[in-house]
Design a protein around this ligand. Structure first.
Ligand code: PGA
Length: 258
């Protein structure tokens, strides 16, 4: 059984004092979940978030990194730097980085390799634009992005990666893919992985859905056969709302929803 991973992507939001307050509020609300809880925070929050999340089940990650280890890359942060303060996850290839910061399939691939070399778990984003969707290209686009992102990785690495399927038209728009559509797209990503890395890798890899996930739609999405949780933007900025998403499969009082 694959684990459900619920990751918050704070984007360029939250000052250190807000991050500390958020984690202190979130920790008791999610302490009983069997799902993996991750917060991907701005670089300036990382250290504070990591300290505050110590002794909780909340894992902390970054939202980007450079693929080189060190050198003359003004303004960049390496995988080694993230690892040195015990960050565990890093989002790679978010559509906002592809769109505004020239991230390409090639840099995504290099970053994934550097993340693994330094013991970070990459959350790799793929997804189609509205035009691509309307042109019937969704499957082609997302399977190609997946193939290029994973090129040269070992089967073991592929099993340990997290992929976030995020249709770009659903990000921050309030529009969500239907659970069937999202599940089908994720199935096509799994099939692509199966072709290149075999059934075992395809069955093991965690694939999330992202794009306007909120507490009112999380359960329906995350209970689909191939959706292993979500990457959550806007709804991860309020601790109570995010906790409801994390606890989508739990009732209160520790009673489990079977
Ligand atoms: P959203 O963002 O939940 O605000 O749509 C998701 C993401 O960009 O990861």
């Amino acid at each position: 059984m694959r684990k459900k991973v619920i990751a918050g992507n704070w984007k360029m939001n939250m000052l250190p004092n807000e991050a500390i307050q958020f984690i202190e509020e979130l920790a008791p609300l999610v302490k009983d979940t069997k799902n993996e809880v991750v917060l991907c925070v701005p670089y300036t929050d990382l250290f504070y978030a990591l300290l505050t999340a110590q002794n909780t089940n909340i894992k902390i990650g970054a939202q980007n990194m450079h693929f080189e280890e060190k050198g003359a890359y003004t303004g960049e942060v390496s995988a080694q730097m993230l690892k040195s303060i015990n960050a565990q996850y890093v989002i790679i290839g978010h559509s906002e980085r592809r769109q505004y910061f020239n991230e390409t399939d090639e840099t995504v691939n290099k970053k994934i390799k550097a993340a693994f070399e330094n013991g970070l778990k990459p959350i790799v984003c793929v997804g189609e634009t509205l035009e691509q969707r309307e042109a019937g290209e969704t499957t082609d686009i997302i399977t190609k992005q997946t193939k290029l992102a994973l090129e040269g990785l070992t089967e073991e690495q592929v099993k340990n990666i997290i992929i976030a399927y995020e249709p770009i038209w659903a990000i921050g728009t309030g529009k969500t893919a239907t659970s069937e559509d999202a599940n089908n797209s994720i199935k096509s990503i799994r099939e692509e992985i199966c072709r290149n890395y075999g059934q075992n890798a395809s069955d093991s890899v965690i694939i999330q859905y992202g794009g306007s996930v909120k507490s009112s739609n999380a359960k329906e999405l995350f209970e689909m056969s191939d959706i292993d949780g979500g990457l959550v933007g806007g709804a991860s900025l309020k601790a109570e709302e995010f906790s409801k998403i994390v606890n989508f499969n739990d009732f209160g009082n520790g009673e489990k929803n079977h």
